[in-house]
Design a protein around this ligand. Structure first.
Ligand SMILES: [Zn+2]
Length: 330
């Protein structure tokens, strides 16, 4: 277990800086044992984004008191129904509630036509601008806001599938005001120092950035692999992330089935976490054949110590230097 990455439950109104993951659904294709199809809200520096949108997502958002009107970006990993059937109810409900703010969907290209058909046959006109962004074949930066970014990377599943990487941006390098003053750097230039720029004096002398700043806080990163067979093809995209959500549809007793269906076992998820050097592993996308989740943790821990089997309704906070890892009920 990594001592300086913490996972804890946090009240919905106490989510400021950092990354908070609310699990709305973590079962595979069929709902079972109270578990729903895949969806999760990632709150990154105060902004909510939705990763996948399985059937029932809108109701799960209500159950867990997520202010769903605040969600502006939805990312759909692939077009297996358990990852997107909820999008139709979500967008039509947003319209019924009078949303006016733009809404962005990032998904495989074919979803756009399905949404248009759904709206067309019902003669529904949305009262907000819906922006559809087709995912590219490979990796790409999708959203680059002031406080966070989201990019996608390809994983290996039966159909084209992407994982997503969410980054909580920091304010850049840490300014050392006494040193900046000593070099007589004007205060208007401080923001550019934080961004890493050198300063040039009127007589052309260069004040190197590292003389007046030091490394700022590390930007937290969360990677979500969606559905994937065991492969290290996407390791470069997730290397060293603070938290990795990797599917574990099966336990090792069904490894052949996992391979045949382009899914992974808990042990394989742990192996990817180990190879990628991540700090914490979250498991999910459980097959409906498993009621108890203890075995997922036990199996994964044989390979990678810092692991949690996610549970619906729990909020997992990723933060730095916070001591012991902890997970408690909402
Ligand atoms: Zn799938």
């Amino acid at each position: 277990m990594c001592a300086d990455t913490a996972i804890a439950t946090t009240a919905a109104n106490d989510r400021g800086k950092g990354i908070f993951i609310t699990i709305l659904g973590n079962n595979s294709a069929l709902p079972a044992f109270g578990r729903h199809p895949t969806a999760q809200v990632v709150t990154v520096n105060g902004q909510d984004v939705l990763l996948d949108c399985g059937e029932g997502t809108l109701m799960q958002l209500q159950v867990y008191n997520i202010r769903w009107a605040r969600i502006n970006h939805v990312f759909i990993s692939h077009l297996h129904g358990d990852h997107y059937f909820g999008i139709f109810g979500l967008i039509t409900s947003l319209s019924l509630f009078g949303r006016v703010a733009p809404f962005h969907i990032y998904a495989p290209a074919a979803l756009e036509g399905l949404i248009q058909n759904m709206l067309s046959v019902a003669n529904t006109h949305l009262c907000f601008p819906l922006h559809f962004h087709a995912l590219p074949e490979g990796a790409a930066l999708l959203v680059d806001e002031k406080t966070f970014s989201v990019s996608c990377f390809p994983v290996a599943h039966r159909i084209a599938t992407h994982g997503f990487l969410v980054t909580a941006k920091t304010k850049g390098r840490k300014l050392l005001p006494e040193k900046a003053r000593a070099y007589q750097i004007p205060t208007y230039f401080y923001q550019r120092l934080k961004a890493g720029e050198d300063y040039e004096t009127k007589d052309g002398t260069i004040i190197k950035n590292e003389w007046v700043t030091e490394e700022g806080p590390h930007p937290l990163r969360y990677a979500y692999t969606a559905d994937t067979v065991f492969t290290d093809s996407f390791l470069p995209y997730i290397a060293g992330v603070d938290c990795l959500y990797h599917e574990s549809t099966y336990l090792s007793d069904n490894e052949e089935k996992a391979q045949a269906r382009f899914h992974s076992t808990a042990r394989q998820a742990a192996e990817i976490a180990r190879r990628a050097g991540v700090r914490l592993l979250l498991l999910g996308h459980y097959s409906s054949r498993y009621q108890q989740l203890d075995a997922f943790v036990a199996e994964a821990r044989e390979v990678f110590a810092s692991v949690i089997a996610t549970e619906e309704g729990r909020v997992y906070e990723v933060r730095l230097n916070a001591g012991e890892q902890d997970a408690t009920a909402l």
